[in-house]
Design a protein. Structure first.
Ligand SMILES: CC(C)(COP(=O)(O)OP(=O)(O)OC[C@H]1O[C@@H](n2cnc3c(N)ncnc32)[C@H](O)[C@@H]1OP(=O)(O)O)[C@@H](O)C(=O)NCCC(=O)NCCS
Length: 198
């Protein structure tokens, strides 16, 4: 079977889907792999008020500063990720100063029952197209040194180590970057197009 299963669809989250965003975040931070994947703990997620999720999802659904994409299978959510456009002079999720406008992928999660089916490839491809449309030439992320599965998936879709390693609250995080082609030169297909390995 192709990695790019036709039955998996990826789309941007809608503002009214904040309860599902919260539920998936609760599930992902409770996952056995969460200790090498997410800075937030489930008890911190549970303590956030509804207003937090409403506002986060509103921005992720319609702004140019962040976008959450969800992967669905038969209309059920099977995974998600968020892209955040960092502005020069701001501080990122690992507390680092941002020297230059860039896009970071965070919160990547595929439900256990759906892993190994290409959802992460489709999520990254969709995120990459959105980042290209924001006028950026690459997208970056940080992945825990011991998260072998995520590292292998990112490498497969074209991410390469930047050489930057940052020690976060959960350990050493390896910086990875995916170079993008401009939107008007992308091939017209549903693969991980728009990505040029560095
Ligand atoms: C990371 C994640 C999104 C990847 O999605 P996925 O559907 O599991 O990924 P895939 O199965 O397509 O690819 C995983 C790759 O890792 C490999 N792999 C599996 N287990 C592995 C391990 N323990 N160590 C190293 N590689 C491993 C697989 O063989 C595959 O590589 P290949 O395509 O070269 O064969 C998903 O596993 C997940 O949600 N994990 C928990 C949360 C998480 O870690 N998020 C990332 C935070 S940076």
């Amino acid at each position: 079977m192709s990695r790019f299963s036709r039955s998996i669809a990826v789309r941007r989250v809608r503002a009214d889907e904040w309860p599902a965003v919260r539920a998936l975040r609760m599930e992902s931070t409770s996952d056995p792999d969460a200790t090498v994947a997410f800075l937030e703990r489930p008890e911190e997620v549970a303590a956030r008020p509804d207003e937090f999720w409403i506002e986060r999802t509103r921005i992720a659904a319609a702004s140019d500063s962040a976008a959450t994409f969800v992967a669905t299978l038969d209309d059920h959510w099977i995974g998600a990720l968020t892209v955040i456009v960092r502005q020069e002079g701001s501080t990122d999720h690992l507390g680092r100063p941002v020297a230059e406008r860039r896009a970071d992928v965070v919160g990547v999660y595929v439900r256990r029952s759906a892993r190994g089916r290409g959802a992460v490839d489709q999520l990254i491809a969709t995120a990459a197209r959105w980042v290209s449309a924001q006028g950026l030439a690459s997208v970056t992320l940080d992945v825990h040194r011991d998260n072998g599965r995520a590292r292998a998936a990112y490498r497969r879709v074209g991410f390469r180590p930047t050489g930057i390693v940052t020690t976060s609250a959960i350990g050493d995080e390896i910086g990875m970057e995916l170079a993008l082609t401009p939107p008007d030169s992308e091939p017209d297909d549903t693969s991980a197009a728009g990505m040029v390995p560095t």
